[in-house]
Design a protein around this ligand. Structure first.
Ligand SMILES: Cc1cc2nc3c(=O)[nH]c(=O)nc-3n(C[C@H](O)[C@H](O)[C@H](O)COP(=O)(O)OP(=O)(O)OC[C@H]3O[C@@H](n4cnc5c(N)ncnc54)[C@H](O)[C@@H]3O)c2cc1C
Length: 424
């Protein structure tokens, strides 16, 4: 890499291209990639269709291994100083009883904790920061087509000529239309878990400690699991007086998906049944959109071809039930950034990233398949297997892969699987 006169590192430019990088989508993936490459001499354009970000019921808790990725990408302090709150504990309840309160900073390998934020604010802060660092941003602009090639092009709206780049990054989310138009094959697992998300607004704090020996002024993520009911709730404060609460359930336990105002009462009944405390619902009201989502994994193998590379949910989506999409997205961005910075041949760099991505995403898919099968499968045999495994976990907690702390590095091989299911 050459050094410019102003001391910044200069990435070799694509001959005659309008930009080094055009990123479609200014969400977490797109903005954090632009921030991570800022100051390296690359000309970066982000195309974002929304004029203003709004609540679409998306990720609002970053796991400890995702917090580490945020630190590596230089966005952790920015988020904490603007729209985010740390949750240093993780409390798990089962059948209404407290199972464990985990001190994340003391017990995770990276000594990091969870971070929560309202998703639209997080997006606004990051996109603005990318712009302040020199990224060109076209907001309210829809990328309508992308073409492969030595110098790939992005077309905005009805513009026929398009803009060229050395590399085009698709960061346009789980339902990417461009990914399909380009012919990337999207694979998916069968539907198993459904995630319903709502906001509770008012005089409640869903990051409160429900255990009696609460550490002063610390926040916790609260998780309530009801094995027999095939459901789970995860709750957290995302801003003062504003809380996100998710109900996760097996697709067969409710006759229909909960969504819209007329389902709020049933949602509260279900949340209550997981063990979530009643006073939350007495003192707060549902606000904003309320909907359910199919959580099955959806992914592209080797998410890179001929000058176009996929990151974040466009490359692969994990199950929102487990709250790892933001962390996975930041892992993608960090891996791509590292490859782009180490290799001036961006085609090879993007290929190498695709391999890195497949490796770690494969681990995540295996881990989540294990968790879904053990914790949510229905029927008597599944109930017996769970009872057996839970008894073993009580004696030896290391049987449970530490996905909260380690993310994809948590063991997911055959041995780990056999230990988790109590087969050995
Ligand atoms: C119900 C639910 C709950 C979740 N909860 C969690 C959680 O608690 N923790 C967690 O870690 N993850 C969670 N996730 C996952 C997390 O939200 C995603 O993994 C993450 O937001 C992905 O970020 P992204 O930038 O890849 O995509 P997105 O956030 O979808 O961003 C894509 C951007 O591209 C823009 N765009 C799309 N098409 C175009 C176009 N043609 N032209 C221009 N712009 C375009 C969009 O406007 C958007 O801003 C949840 C997901 C769901 C559905």
């Amino acid at each position: 890499m050459a050094e410019r006169k102003d001391g910044r590192t200069l990435l070799p430019n694509g001959a005659g291209a309008d930009y080094d990088l055009i990123i479609v989508g200014g969400g977490l993936a797109g903005s954090s990639l632009a921030i991570a490459l800022a100051g390296r001499g690359a000309r970066v354009l982000i195309v974002e269709q929304q004029d203003e970000f709004r609540d679409r019921i998306r990720g609002e808790v970053l796991m400890p291994w995702g917090s580490l990725e945020a630190q590596r990408l230089g966005i952790y302090a920015l988020l904490l100083g603007s729209c985010a709150t740390e949750a240093a504990y993780y409390s798990r309840f089962r059948d209404g009883s407290l199972q464990a309160v985990r001190d994340l900073i003391a017990t995770t390998p990276s000594r990091t904790c969870c971070m929560t934020f309202p998703h639209p604010q997080m997006q606004t802060v990051l996109l603005k920061h990318a712009e302040n660092l020199g990224t060109e941003v076209k907001r309210g602009s829809v990328a309508s087509a992308v073409t492969f090639g030595d110098v790939p092009r992005v077309h905005i709206g009805s513009d026929a000529k398009g803009l060229s780049a050395r590399l085009v990054v698709l960061a346009d989310g789980k339902d990417s239309r461009l990914r399909s138009l380009l012919g990337f094959e999207v694979r998916h697992d069968p539907e198993q878990l459904i995630t319903a998300g709502m906001i509770l607004e008012g005089d409640v704090d869903c990051s409160e400690f429900l255990a009696s020996n609460a550490p002063p002024r610390a926040n916790t993520i609260n998780l309530f699991y009801d094995p027999r009911g095939g459901r789970m709730a995860i709750a957290m404060k995302i801003a003062p007086g504003r809380n996100r609460i998710y109900l996760i359930h097996h697709k067969d336990v409710l006759p229909k998906r909960l969504s819209g105002r007329h389902s709020v009462e049933e949602m509260i009944r279900q949340l209550h049944a997981t063990g979530a405390p009643g006073h939350w619902f007495d003192r707060a009201r549902q606000a904003g959109p309320f909907a359910s989502f199919d959580g099955s994994h959806r992914w592209v193998d080797r998410p890179c071809r001929d000058g176009v590379v996929l990151v974040g949910d466009t490359a692969a989506a994990t199950d929102p039930a487990w709250g790892r999409g933001l962390s996975r997205t930041l892992r993608d961005v960090r891996l791509l950034r590292d490859r782009l910075l180490e290799n001036p041949d961006w085609r090879s760099a993007a290929e190498a990233y695709a391999g890195d991505h497949d490796d770690f995403y494969g681990c995540m898919r295996r881990l989540e398949a294990m968790e879904t099968a053990l914790l949510f499968e229905r029927g008597e045999a599944a109930d017996r297997r769970r009872q057996h495994a839970f008894a073993l976990f009580a004696r030896d907690p290391t049987r449970v892969p530490d996905v909260v702390g380690l993310g994809p590095e948590a063991p997911s091989d055959d041995l780990a699987r056999a230990r988790y299911f109590g087969e050995i």
